[in-house]
Design a protein around this ligand. Structure first.
Ligand SMILES: Cc1cc2nc3c(=O)[nH]c(=O)nc-3n(C[C@H](O)[C@H](O)[C@H](O)COP(=O)(O)O)c2cc1C
Length: 427
C-alpha cells in the first residue's frame, strides 16, 4: 500500500473483469464489459434508450454519466467498487462505505483498512460519518494532508439505532446549528476537495428536515446533495418519495441534486432524472449481487441502451471473481470467502438452486470449496424473470431511537459532543 492509501497492486486487471475466471471454473464463460456486450446479453430485454444525460460536476471531477454507487456499509469496499467500475468501463462515481471520523483520526486499524482504494480508482470517494464538528474537521484535514481521497461525502442518512441513538446519521439534520457547524468544519478543512452530503427526508413525517438541510448545505459551500426519498422511520420500507427529490432540486437550484431510492434498473434511473429534474442518481440495493447494473446504467445514460442479463454460468464467474478480490483485499483467502457469503443469496436471486446447495454456498470458507459447489449449479440457466426487481433490505416503519429530548428544540445543541461519536467504521 502506498502512503496515500492506494493499493500498489491493482485488484483487478484492466481487461473485463470476468475474463479472469480461474482455470478451475473455466466453464464459466466470461461476461462482457459494458462496451462489448454481446447480442446474448441484450436479447429479451427492452433497451432503455433516450437522449444522453449531461455529465455531473462534483467540484473538479466530471462524472460521466452522472451515476453514483451508493455507499453501503459492509458492501462497497474496494473489491465491490472495482467490480461495478469494471462493468461501467470506469465511468461513474463509486463511494466507500461509511467511515467514522473518530475512528479515522484515531487511526483505527479496521478503518485504515477500509479506506484503501484500488490503484484504478479515480476519483477516490470516502464517505464520512461524524457527530462532532471538531472531529469531523480533523478527519477531513487528515484526508487532505495525507492525500487519502479526492472527494468527501458526509453521511446524514443512516437510520440504524446505534447511529441515531447518538444523534448521528439521519437524526442529525434535525439540529440545524449542529448540521451547519459540521458542514462548515468539513468544507473549511477540505481545501480543494469537494464535500457532498447524503441525507434522508427527515426523521419521520412530523419532522421533515431535507429542505432546511439543503439550504444550510448551500450556505456552507457543499458541492452536491444526494437525497434518499425516505424518512429514517421508514428505514427501507414503502417506496421512496421521488417528489421530494424534485422539491429539493427546486429549493437548491445552485448545486447538483442526486436522486436516490428504489432505482432497480437503468430505466428507473432515467425516470428518476426525467421525473424529478435531478442532476444524477445514486444506486444502492439494485447493485447487490448485480454489479453489471453499471453497464446498463452507463449505456442508458449514454443514450444507447442495453440490459445485461447473464446466465447463471456468467453470474458464477462474477461470484468467483468477487470472492477472489475480497481475499486479495483483506490479504486472507478464507476471510475473503467468508465476507463473500453475504453476497451469495443476492447473486443467486431468482435462479433455480437447491436449498441444500444454497446453504452450503453460504458457509464456504475457501475458493476451492466455492468452485466445487458452483460446479454443481445448473449453469445453463438464463437470467430469471423478475430478478431485476427489489433486493436487499425492505423492512420499514421502525421507531427512530434518538437521544433523550432530541426533538424538543431543533436549535438546542447543548450537550452534544465528541462522546457521541462512534468509534467503528463501516456501519
Ligand atoms: C446494506 C446497506 C448498507 C448501507 N450503508 C450506508 C452507508 O454506509 N452510508 C450511507 O449513506 N447509506 C448507506 N446505505 C443506504 C444506501 O446508500 C441508499 O441510500 C439506500 O439503500 C437507498 O437506495 P437504494 O434504494 O438504491 O438502495 C446502506 C444501505 C444498505 C442496504
Amino acid at each position: 500500500m502506498r502512503d496515500n492509501g492506494r493499493m500498489t497492486a491493482p485488484l483487478a486487471p484492466s481487461a473485463p473483469v470476468l475474463s479472469a475466471a480461474p482455470a478451475s471454473v473455466t466453464e464459466h464463460a466470461p461476461m462482457p464489459a459494458a462496451e462489448d456486450a454481446p447480442a446474448s446479453a441484450t436479447e429479451d430485454a427492452p433497451p432503455a434508450t433516450s437522449a444522453p444525460v449531461a455529465p455531473l460536476a462534483i467540484g473538479p471531477h466530471t462524472v460521466t454519466p452522472p451515476v453514483v454507487l451508493a455507499p453501503m456499509a459492509g458492501i462497497t469496499n474496494a473489491p465491490f467498487r472495482t467490480l461495478c467500475r469494471d462493468f461501467s468501463g470506469g465511468q461513474g462515481l463509486f463511494v466507500s462505505e461509511m467511515i467514522t471520523t473518530r475512528a479515522l483520526v484515531e487511526r483505527n486499524e479496521k478503518t485504515m483498512q477500509l479506506i484503501r482504494f484500488d490503484a484504478s480508482e479515480t476519483p477516490r470517494s470516502i464517505q464520512l460519518y461524524g457527530v462532532d464538528p471538531v472531529t469531523v474537521g480533523r478527519a477531513v484535514q487528515m484526508i487532505v494532508d495525507e492525500d487519502l481521497a479526492d472527494h468527501i461525502d458526509l453521511n446524514f442518512g443512516c437510520p440504524v439505532p446505534k447511529v441515531t441513538r447518538k444523534g448521528g446519521g439521519s437524526a442529525l439534520p434535525y439540529k440545524r446549528p449542529l448540521l451547519r457547524a459540521i458542514l462548515r468544519e468539513a468544507v473549511s478543512n477540505a481545501g480543494p476537495l469537494p464535500v457532498t452530503m447524503k441525507m434522508r427526508k427527515g426523521i419521520d413525517d412530523d419532522h421533515i428536515t431535507y429542505l432546511d438541510a439543503g439550504r444550510i448545505a448551500v450556505d456552507e459551500g457543499v458541492t452536491a446533495i444526494a437525497l434518499h426519498g425516505r424518512t429514517a422511520a421508514q428505514h427501507y420500507g414503502g417506496t421512496a418519495d421521488w417528489d421530494a427529490v424534485a422539491r429539493l432540486k427546486e429549493h437548491v437550484p445552485e448545486i447538483p441534486v442526486l436522486g436516490n431510492g428504489d432505482i432497480w434498473s437503468a430505466d428507473d434511473a432515467l425516470r428518476m432524472v426525467r421525473e424529478t429534474g435531478c442532476d444524477g442518481v445514486v444506486v444502492g440495493r439494485g447493485c447487490l449481487g448485480r454489479p453489471w447494473l453499471f453497464a446498463d446504467l452507463v449505456a442508458a445514460f449514454g443514450g444507447t441502451g442495453t440490459a445485461v442479463r447473464p446466465t447463471l454460468n456468467e453470474v458464477a464467474g462474477v461470484m468467483r471473481r468477487h470472492a477472489e478480490l475480497l481475499g486479495e483485499w483483506i490479504g486472507d483467502e478464507a476471510r475473503g470467502v467468508i465476507d463473500f457469503r453475504k453476497h451469495v443469496a443476492w447473486y443467486l436471486k431468482g435462479f433455480s438452486v437447491g436449498s441444500q446447495l444454497r446453504k452450503q454456498l453460504a458457509v464456504t470458507s475457501s475458493l476451492d470449496e466455492l468452485d466445487e459447489l458452483m460446479a454443481g449449479l445448473d449453469l445453463g440457466q438464463p437470467w430469471p424473470d423478475g430478478a431485476d426487481g427489489p433486493r436487499g433490505r425492505t423492512s420499514g416503519n421502525n421507531r427512530v431511537v434518538l437521544p433523550d429530548g432530541w426533538l424538543k428544540d431543533p436549535y438546542d445543541c447543548a450537550g452534544i459532543g465528541a462522546d457521541a461519536e462512534l468509534d467503528t467504521s463501516g456501519g
